[in-house]
Design a protein around this ligand. Sequence first.
Ligand code: FVH
Length: 294
Amino acid sequence: KVNGSILAPVTVIGLGAMGSKLARTFVNNGHVTTVWNRTPEKAAELVGLGASGATEIADAIAASPILIICVLDYDAARHILEPMREKLSGKVVVNLTTGTPEEARTMGTWIRNHGAEYLDGGIMAVPSLIATPHAVILYSGSQTAYETYKQVLERLGTSHYLGSDPALAPLNDLALLSGMYGMFGGFIHAVALAGSEGTKAEDFTTTLLMPFLQAMISTMPEMAKQIDTGDYSAKDASLAMQAAHDTIGEVSRVQGVSAETFAPIFELMKRRVEEGYGGDDFASVIELIRKRPS
Ligand code: FVH
């Protein structure tokens, strides 16, 4: 048995920083790995490790039942696959290129119309983390393809299948990144504020900020429950209390620190209170920004 088994042959299309690491991981795990890149020289190192370097993209596609594509963007992916549309029938195409939900849906429809199964993926890791316990990859699209090749895909990192709509992987990828940038925005403001009296960023971060944020992260499941149920009754700290004074903004100004990463969230908290929800917990601020699914 080869299809779907741990040692299924794999083709990797796109050998940039990420694609090369994906290909190397398959080679290291004993897969017959075929690689192709627009600039063929980038395949040399992988060929030295045991990969088979295809000169023609058609040969790369013919070599394996599962094609992993990881290139700059969806335009590049389409540019590579369009001329090969007649060769895709019966294949599983796993697109790990970063893109938008709409691009993923369009690509999924196009691939299916050419007789192949489609999985879209969002890589939540940098190349050096691939094949370590810290690598997470989100998948959506064909459930059959995911289940058939789950063991192969898990070579790269922990996989999460999110559903049959290809848009779900890129949407959740961007949602996770937005959480990360929100956290980083808070981080730079906190370090700037503490640093305005000379506290070193490193000391402040490791001794005070990280333990505090870890404690705050533990409140997120309860906030998520409030969002799911719509019951925002304040238990510990009401919005009215939290938004009563813009102390953080005022002290930042006094200390000569810009509060522009903090200000937007404070404005939303104040607005929610003004609209009569001062007795709610923080999570109810989501009602000012979200669109409920139709
Ligand atoms: N690197 C990372 O940390 C992130 C982690 C999260 C996911 N991203 C996404 O992965 C895609 C590839 O990223 P990458 O880091 O491998 O990117 P590069 O090293 O710049 O390699 C780009 C590859 O794309 C090929 N390519 C570009 N344009 C075309 C085209 N028109 N036709 C064919 N191939 C094309 C390029 O080929 P070449 O320049 O070597 O000939 C590389 O193989 C990306 O979506 C990230 O957002 C990585």
